[in-house]
Ligand binder design. Structure first.
Ligand SMILES: Nc1ncnc2c1ncn2[C@@H]1O[C@H](COP(=O)(O)OP(=O)(O)O)[C@@H](O)[C@H]1O
Ligand SMILES: [Mg+2]
Length: 482
């Protein structure tokens, strides 16, 4: 008897019999929203719907009274009035683990690369624990991303969350690919959300290449995927990054794009009847964005880190775009890509002046900080006076700061440009920055020497002009170009 009891105990039976699944039926289909009655399900549960072509899967996204709103995770086809809706187990669970490296999957963990199943017999249900903000390790170390302009002037810290703000076609994907290949992070998780299908393939084959793919996991939910799949794509991307972070790895997460995530959430929220608020975006979008972004960052001392770069689409310098606005507030810095630079063939088209890494002072040496600041100042001075300089209205010698900016500008341009296949490690980026500072120093020394030779007099002005010191300073009230 005792033996039997012991054996029963060791069986580890479920505490309570699971409630029987009650099926319901479809009553209405509007757009991509399905409405069912008679079901007892919770929001987020998965259901199967009987169709002529076999079962179709959908997820509960809301309810009103006894009406359950569902959204399909696949193409909506073949649904009929009164079709049976049955709650079912979440079959597509991602087998988290090393076997994900080098693979391309969709938001539900289905491989898209034709390389066969993901290799585990048992799917692991795994959800990351929310990290108490007090136990998160502070951001103290730089992360090498292999891009000179970023390493040197906009250093990203391990565990930082950056925004990459740009319009279409200015080099976001190429820059993300360069970082995937050039970073020293242990693992790169890439989320391609809402891109055109062709772009997904191009990114994986051409931009990432076999070398970039080897330690990367790509989650793709192209534009033709249902909004729910796009949302799930984002969440799966973060979940995979969280998994590797909890294994103690340093992860670089690249999400292209946060705007499409917000758009997918908008589609779903509007479809289930949430009222739109700012520019058609319902309030839930603005609470989901920070919730998603907060999942990246450093873990506790035993965990690794997730350094994240979220791309944000900005069309035509629309600073009023609510998503760009909201993203800027919740991220620890932003890299702005400029169409003007891209049009001029300056790649990566990073607008250093408009970009900022808010954690840079905490992760770089005081020397690098001073050098980077000086270069930024030179760039700002040049850009503020660009119109004067380009029409030849600026008189050399009237302002030493402008002279210095004009002298160093070509070298800065050379420093900030980088070929698609080129990888520039952190130390090399720093050496380049030192070189720039040295040029500035030499220039200043030469000027000092010239001044000493003339006995402390300013160099003579061009004939017919008053000496520089006596001339009124050029008024610098030019508006910055865009
Ligand atoms: N570092 C680079 N060097 C040379 N050309 C580049 C570089 N980055 C981007 N480009 C050019 O810009 C084009 C658009 O880049 P892409 O990354 O696809 O833009 P986006 O993702 O922003 O739409 C590329 O096809 C390429 O010709
Ligand atoms: Mg792109």
């Amino acid at each position: 008897m005792n033996n039997l009891l012991a054996r029963l105990k060791s069986l580890d039976l479920p505490e309570r019999e699971a409630a029987p699944k009650i099926s319901g039926h479809l009553v209405r289909v509007v757009g991509i929203t399905l409405e069912a009655r008679g079901l007892q399900v919770a929001v987020g549960e998965r259901c199967s719907i009987e169709t002529a072509q076999g079962p179709m899967y959908a997820e509960v996204v809301g309810f009103a009274g006894d009406i359950i709103y569902l959204m399909p995770t696949e193409q909506l086809q073949g649904v009929m009035p009164g079709a049976r809706v049955t709650p079912c187990a979440d079959l597509n669970q991602i087998p988290f683990g090393e076997q994900l490296l080098g693979r391309v999957i969709d938001g539900l963990g289905t491989p898209l690369d034709g390389l066969g199943p993901l290799g585990t017999l048992q799917a692991v249900k795994w959800t990351a624990q929310r990290i108490n903000p007090m136990v998160r390790t502070p951001i103290r170390q730089p992360l090498d991303v292999g891009v000179r302009a970023i390493n040197g002037l906009l250093t990203i810290g391990q565990g930082q969350r950056m925004g990459l703000f740009a319009g279409s076609g200015v080099g976001k994907s190429v820059l993300l690919g360069m970082m995937t290949r050039g970073t020293t992070a242990d693992i790169v998780v890439v989320g391609l959300i809402g891109e055109r299908g062709r772009e997904v393939k191009e990114f994986i084959d051409d931009i990432l290449g076999p070398e970039g793919r080897a330690r990367a996991v790509v989650v793709a939910a192209p534009a033709d995927a249902s909004p729910l799949m796009r949302l799930k794509g984002c969440e799966t991307t973060l979940q995979i990054a969280e998994y590797f972070r909890d294994q103690g790895r340093n992860v670089l997460l690249l999400m292209d794009s946060l705007t499409r995530y917000a758009m997918a959430q908008r589609e779903i929220a509007l479809a289930v009847g949430e009222p739109p608020a700012t520019k058609g975006y319902p309030p839930s979008v603005f609470s989901k964005l920070p919730a998603l972004v907060e999942r990246a960052g450093n873990g506790s001392a035993q965990q690794g880190s997730i350094t994240a770069i979220f791309t944000v689409l900005v069309e035509g310098d629309d600073l009023q775009d609510p998503i760009a606005d909201s993203a800027r507030a919740i991220l620890d810095g932003h890299i702005v890509l400029s169409r003007q630079l891209a049009d001029a063939g300056h790649y990566p088209a990073i607008d250093v002046e408009k970009s900022i890494s808010r954690v840079m002072p905490a992760v770089v040496s005081p020397e690098q900080l001073v050098m980077a600041r000086t270069i930024r100042q030179c760039l700002a001075t040049y850009n503020q006076n660009q119109e004067l300089i380009s029409i030849g209205a600026y008189q050399k010698g009237s302002d030493p700061r402008i002279d210095q900016a004009i002298m160093i500008k070509p070298q800065i341009d050379e420093y900030t440009q980088q070929g698609m296949q080129e990888v520039v490690p952190y130390q090399q980026s720093l050496a380049g920055l030192r070189q720039l500072s040295l040029s500035l120093l030499q220039d200043a020394q030469q000027k000092m020497a010239a001044l000493q030779q003339t006995g402390g007099q300013m160099p003579a002005a061009a004939p017919g002009q008053a000496p520089a010191a006596a001339r009124p300073a050029v008024k610098m009230s030019f508006k910055k170009k865009n």
